[in-house]
Ligand binder design. Structure first.
Ligand SMILES: Cc1cc2nc3c(=O)[nH]c(=O)nc-3n(C[C@H](O)[C@H](O)[C@H](O)COP(=O)(O)OP(=O)(O)OC[C@H]3O[C@@H](n4cnc5c(N)ncnc54)[C@H](O)[C@@H]3O)c2cc1C
Length: 279
């Protein structure tokens, strides 16, 4: 597992005149953004629109890209502006840019309210006008577009990423989504130009059960993956167990699966680049 040294910001482009081999790579400065809208999507999901002039040029390329948000420390009204190459702020977490409107300098981010944690706690109280710093975008899913079949397996933390993937698929594709959420009230319509089949699975609020509902469906004898391109993103240990199930019991090639640990049970600030390379 590897992690970028500091906030996953893509390096700023070099000036046209700079010699690439000698010029130091400068990171983009963190962008100051303000909450411009808070929408309650469901009991455990908030859609928060972040807006600011400094979002100019913030244009993720791939679906399931990511950004980093820096939250206020206890006692701070707003976070201090981090230095581009300074120490990593402790209250920094990884999220998915769901909808980006470059002309309006806006990005929507969907937050799971899972309980205690700088990001989840902040999102639960978010109000218009509050300030965060944003880094990124970082790269996402290199969607294998020639593949006609896609399978997206994940929990609610990956729902925004899945929505960006669904938006990138064309009408010739077929996509099946298995989405594990905390309660039936979290279910909502998903959309894609592709032929879409969605299965919602409820696990309850006991996070130690993360991935169990997905496991139960995937291990059914009738569940077949075929040649589908699989994007698997959920709790880190569950991702490894589910990937093992797919490869060992379902004959899925490991190269067919892109696995991502989006959070880890009992661990604060799980690294953002957990591809499960250790398993
Ligand atoms: C590439 C990428 C994209 C992501 N996109 C999104 C996104 O768009 N929306 C989103 O909500 N999350 C997303 N996540 C997951 C998010 O980064 C983590 O959930 C993060 O840990 C939340 O930070 P926190 O401060 O709330 O909790 P932390 O301080 O990191 O953790 C505190 C405690 O909460 C637990 N915890 C953390 N996250 C969850 C969870 N989702 N469910 C249950 N328990 C949890 C931890 O195990 C720990 O015990 C993404 C992660 C990655 C790697």
């Amino acid at each position: 597992m590897s992690e970028t040294p500091f906030p996953d910001a893509s390096p700023a482009p070099l000036p046209a005149t700079a010699a690439p081999e000698t010029a130091p790579r400068k990171r983009r400065p963190p962008r100051r953004v303000q909450v411009s809208q808070v929408q309650v999507l469901s009991p455990a999901m908030r859609r928060i629109t972040l807006k600011g002039e400094e979002l100019q040029g913030f244009e993720p390329v791939d679906p399931a890209s990511y950004l980093k948000l820096i939250f206020p420390e206890p006692g701070q009204a707003e976070p201090s502006r981090p230095l581009p190459d300074g120490p990593r702020p402790t209250a920094m977490r990884t999220y998915t840019p769901l909808a980006v409107r470059p002309e309006a300098w806006e990005v929507d981010v969907d937050f799971v309210l899972h309980g205690e944690g700088p990001a989840s706690t902040w999102a639960a109280q978010a109000e218009v006008g509050q300030v965060l710093y944003l880094m990124g975008p970082g790269p996402g899913y290199k969607l294998p577009l020639p593949a006609p079949e896609h399978l997206l397996i994940g929990d609610d933390s990956a729902l925004p990423a899945f929505e960006t993937i669904l938006a990138a698929l064309s009408s010739t594709a077929r996509v099946r989504v298995l989405m594990e959420v905390m309660a039936a009230e979290e279910e909502r319509p998903l959309h894609s130009a592709a032929q879409l089949e969605v299965q919602w699975l409820v696990r309850g609020r006991d996070h130690t059960q993360a991935g169990q509902a997905l496991h139960a469906v995937l291990s059914q004898p009738g569940f077949a993956v075929g040649e589908a391109a699989v994007y698997l993103a959920c709790e880190a240990a569950a991702m490894r167990r589910l990937r093992q199930l797919l490869t060992a019991d379902k004959g899925v090639a490991r190269s067919q699966i892109v696995g991502r640990g989006y959070w880890k049970l009992g661990t604060m600030n799980h690294p953002d680049h957990d591809y499960g390379d250790d398993a």
